[in-house]
Design a protein around this ligand. Structure first.
Ligand SMILES: CC(=O)N[C@H](C=O)[C@@H](O)[C@H](O)[C@H](O)COP(=O)(O)O
Length: 229
């Protein structure tokens, strides 16, 4: 398999189609229709959570996919594709990219990220690996382990980055990531306007993932309700 994900998504929009259990749109069928809308709108790629959602989306569209599996374990705070088991399952769908948490936090069952990367390279040599990082120290880890893409996904979502937003100070953090990263940077996390998407690309990001601002109607509706008295 030739993996052209980076060529296909260069300076483009990737739309994340995710709804967890408990969210109003939690359904692989609905995520496949979100993917249809994303495709019709001109997105260059998709991001999706869980093997069943990825498969439903693959039946709907040929767009390349960043696949993840969000799973909660009792012994770790890491929840984005945390162990080799989820990494293998997601890669087995044939999606072009598997993304996982790279925040330096301990993984479930004491699994080591370096071992997971080594194993994935051996078993899935054509699958690209994306690091979902939260801060510059995590970007260094992603550099050392040779990740193919580095995302800002977890910035603001870990204890070390609580309260931060990638858009703070005109995307100052994203600029630092672009300077430090040895792989293409994917801007991701709370990018909620076309202007922010454009700014991330101007600053040197390879592509931008937008999720909730497009595919989470509960989140979108709240922004309207919240301005009411
Ligand atoms: C922190 C975390 O769990 N992020 C998840 C990662 O896959 C998703 O819930 C986000 O929707 C995705 O990163 C896109 O971001 P936004 O929806 O803000 O555009």
């Amino acid at each position: 398999m030739q993996n052209n994900f980076l060529e296909q998504t260069k300076k483009k929009l990737i739309i994340s189609c995710q709804a967890l259990p408990g969210e109003p749109l939690h359904s692989s069928f609905i995520m496949s229709r979100m993917a249809r809308a994303a495709t019709m709108a001109g997105a260059a790629g998709l991001r999706a959570n869980s093997v069943v959602d990825i498969q439903a989306i693959q039946d709907e569209t040929a767009l390349p996919i960043i696949g993840i599996a969000k799973v909660d374990y009792d012994d770790s705070e890491v929840f984005i594709t945390p162990t080799i088991k989820e990494m293998r399952a997601v890669a087995s769908t044939g999606c072009q990219v598997v993304a996982c948490d790279v925040t330096g936090r301990p993984r479930p069952h004491h699994e080591e990220l370096a071992d997971i990367v080594e194993q994935m390279r051996a078993e899935f040599p054509d699958t690209l690996l994306m690091a979902d990082t939260d801060r510059l120290e995590s970007v260094e880890i992603a550099n050392q382990l040779g990740f193919d893409m580095i995302g800002t996904t977890m910035h603001g979502y870990t204890p070390a980055t609580e309260g931060l937003n990638v858009a703070d100070n005109d995307f100052e953090y994203s600029k630092e990531v672009v300077d430090l990263a040895k792989a293409p940077v994917i801007a991701e996390g709370k990018i909620d306007s076309p202007a922010k998407l454009k700014r991330c690309l101007e600053l040197g990001c390879h592509a931008v993932v937008v999720g909730g601002a497009i595919t989470r109607p509960l989140q979108i509706a709240r922004t309207f309700v919240d301005v009411l008295d």
